[in-house]
Design a protein around this ligand. Structure first.
Ligand SMILES: *Cc1c(COP(=O)(O)O)cnc(C)c1O
Length: 355
């Protein structure tokens, strides 16, 4: 049976990305060696890193003065690396979900970290709108896409101080104005690559301003200086990321990724709103186009397990909602195609006919 992969992360990648990565794992570009057994300092590997950085800059239109890094540790390590390197006086955080909250908790270990607003009281079902960002903060941290709850900030916010963003689950899904950010980071395993690499886009100028000592490995300057080669970087995930970036470029860049995401979201949310059995879980204006969450409508709650089974039997994979929200979550990252979306919608329609 054909499988439709709606996993939240690690998640669906374009077929050709996986094929190219798998081929390189057997024979890297005709070298007779597997990518897995090659030195990261090999002459023929350096171009992989260089090209990945170049495509990051090209596709996201990253201005001069920023570095692109590939690190280990996941987005979760960035929760502490960011304040370690950037928090001197005060930092401001917008609490829009579990990941945002974790980032804030780490910042508190390093100094004053202010929660400017939170939607925790309503299971993070919306993005807070009216809040004041302290003008004396070193940075304002946001999580652009809340992977678990299915809310998203899809436009640049107005901030009196430079922003820092966790874009783990929506990077490369729309054009962004990088100049508004001192730092953007994310784990690759949602929209970019296989698990194992973390990307960081950092404005060089904002570093070196804190008075504390920073351990070498946690200092961004170490990795800028070392070209992400201070220690052994995750070579295969970087290669895989490069294949994804080439695929995005070939498809027409982030504008096209955005067009596709909006098209997918329109179809799926359209069905959630039309179908009497289901309803969405978050404020309409804040709906994520990456993680589309829905639950059984009032009066049909007892059908949840049945729909899960019904959908699974028709090839849907990974649509179970996060345990804190329940219901269903269809993660539709860049690699999700309309075939998958239509299969899910058909499934919802057929299930409705039975009830
Ligand atoms: C998945 C996710 C994380 C955690 O990423 P790791 O790479 O597992 O540390 C952090 N933030 C967001 C928004 C995520 O979706």
């Amino acid at each position: 049976m054909k499988k439709y992969n709606f996993n939240a992360g690690p998640s669906k990648l374009p077929r050709e990305v996986m094929e190219a990565t798998a081929a390189a794992c057997l024979d890297f570009e005709g070298s007779g060696l597997s990518l897995m057994e090659m030195s990261h300092r090999a002459k023929n590997f350096q171009p992989v890193v260089d090209e990945t950085v170049a495509l990051f800059k090209e596709l996201l239109d990253i201005p001069e003065g920023y570095s692109v890094l590939f690190l280990g540790g996941g987005a979760s390590l960035q929760f502490c690396m960011v304040p370690f390197n950037l928090l001197e006086h005060k930092a401001a955080y917008l609490n829009t979900g579990v990941w945002a909250k974790k980032a804030l908790a780490e910042a508190k270990l390093f100094g004053e970290a202010v929660e400017v607003a939170s939607s925790a009281e309503s299971t993070y079902s919306y993005i807070p709108k009216d809040f004041v960002i302290p003008t004396d903060a070193d940075y304002f941290h946001i999580t652009t896409n809340n992977t678990i709850y299915g809310t998203e900030i899809r436009r640049e916010l107005d901030s009196p101080v430079p922003m820092v963003a966790d874009m783990s689950s929506d990077i490369f899904s729309r054009p962004i104005d990088v100049s508004k950010y001192n730092l953007i980071y994310g784990g690759a395993q949602k929209n970019l690559s296989m698990a194992g690499v973390t990307f960081v886009i950092v404005k060089d100028e904002c570093l070196g301003k804190v008075s504390r000592q920073i351990p070498t490995m946690l200092d961004y300057r170490t990795h800028i200086k070392g070209g992400s080669m201070f220690n052994t970087p995750p070579t295969v995930p970087i290669y895989c990321a490069l294949q994804t970036l080439k695929w995005i470029k070939k498809c027409g860049g982030v504008k096209e990724m955005e067009r596709r995401a909006l098209e997918r979201a329109k179809v799926v949310y359209g069905e959630i709103d039309r179908n009497k059995l289901f309803r969405g879980t978050v404020a309409e204006e804040d709906r994520s186009v990456m993680n589309l969450c829905f639950v059984m409508n009032d009066g049909y709650k007892e059908l949840e397990a049945d729909f899960m089974q019904f959908a699974t039997e028709r090839g849907m994979v990974g649509i179970k909602g996060h345990r804190s929200v329940g219901g269903f979550r269809a993660s539709c990252y860049n690699a999700m195609d309309m075939e998958g979306v239509n299969a899910l919608v058909t499934c919802m329609q057929e299930f409705e006919k039975l009830h």
